[in-house]
Design a binder for this molecule. Structure first.
Ligand code: C5P
Length: 300
């Protein structure tokens, strides 16, 4: 009998984030290219008399990650039990490796991991189609956390089409001790009339991914939310200058920010950047992508 299940789900970055004008439902239409990278949250579920959320380091996340029923992982659990008409509850233990409120979809990863873990714990055999539909209800980025890899996202980001990516990349990830609210960044996007790529297909990026042209991928990175995010958080521009000076790379904002990324075509370049940042006393992580979506790592 399975007593617990641990599922690992990846962070996402957007190699391209094209944003169109706000829709009537308040969401923005997107044309985005997601990539899952090797920073992970691990979620362990086990039967319990009621919904319980536990963080591995509660003090570190006090005030940023809720431990009650508002945590997206619990919302995911409730959606799955409602879908199957079962009356079960679970303890959900979350070990966070993805920066919080950083534009890397950590909360979405937890929700996706919870869906998969509870499905296995209770032997529900939810179809992939139903899991993706449940995920889409939970949030725009949740379906991608299920499938991972590299994928084109349209709709509000929840409609996915895998992209064949022959180029794997290395990423320097610089998280900040301040967060940015995703709705606030989208709202500011609406307030600023600025040039965007809109919903045009990022053909150069897709072509470079197909060809395994790593330099071409890095040259084609773009993010329409960078202008509003940098405008809301003035210190981000200074950070970008500093990171570019130290690493010699170009900074990409991750999703709605504030996490900043530097892409590398190979591990040596990522290592050199990491050494230079460490010498400058700047905390960072190194990751590579693409990696798999939410998957079971162990049964207890
Ligand atoms: O879908 P999710 O819950 O992650 O979205 C969080 C918020 O981000 C939404 O309430 C909305 O304000 C904004 N958003 C948006 N357009 C999208 C995705 C998110 O405006 N495509």
């Amino acid at each position: 009998m399975v007593e617990s299940v641990t599922v690992r789900a990846p962070a996402k970055i957007n190699l391209h984030l094209g944003v169109g004008p706000v829709r009537d439902d308040g969401f923005h239409p997107l044309c985005t290219v997601y990539q899952a990278i090797s920073l992970y949250d691990d979620v362990t579920v086990s039967p319990a008399p009621t919904w319980i959320v536990e963080l591995d380091d509660p003090d570190r996340f006090a005030g940023t990650v809720p431990c009650d029923d508002t945590n997206l992982a619990v919302v995911a659990g409730k959606a799955l039990t409602a879908h199957h008409g079962v009356k079960e509850f679970a303890r959900i233990e979350i070990h966070k490796g993805i920066p919080v409120a950083g534009g890397m979809a950590g909360g979405s990863a937890d929700a996706a991991a919870t869906l998969v873990a509870l499905d296995r714990l209770w032997g529900l055999d939810t179809t992939d189609e139903d899991l993706l539909a449940l995920a889409a209800e939970l949030g725009s980025d949740v379906p991608f956390a299920l499938i991972g890899g590299t994928a084109m996202g349209t709709g509000r980001g929840e409609v996915l089409e895998p992209v064949r990516a022959e180029a794997d990349l290395w990423w320097t990830v610089v998280a900040h001790d301040f967060g940015l609210s995703t709705p606030a960044v989208y709202r500011h996007f609406d307030e600023l009339a600025h040039d965007t790529s809109g919903l045009a297909l990022p053909t150069e990026l897709i072509e470079a991914l197909h060809q395994g042209d790593r330099g071409g991928v890095l040259a084609a990175l773009s993010n329409d939310l960078a202008v509003p995010a940098y405008s809301l958080r003035e210190e981000l521009a200074g950070w970008a200058d500093r990171l570019e000076q130290i690493t010699g790379g170009e900074v990409l904002l991750s999703g709605s920010g504030p996490t900043q990324l530097i892409g590398h075509t190979d591990a040596d370049s990522a290592r050199a950047a990491s050494r230079a940042l460490a010498e400058a006393g700047i905390e960072h992580a190194t990751a590579h992508g693409p990696v798999a979506g939410a998957h079971v790592v162990s049964y207890g």
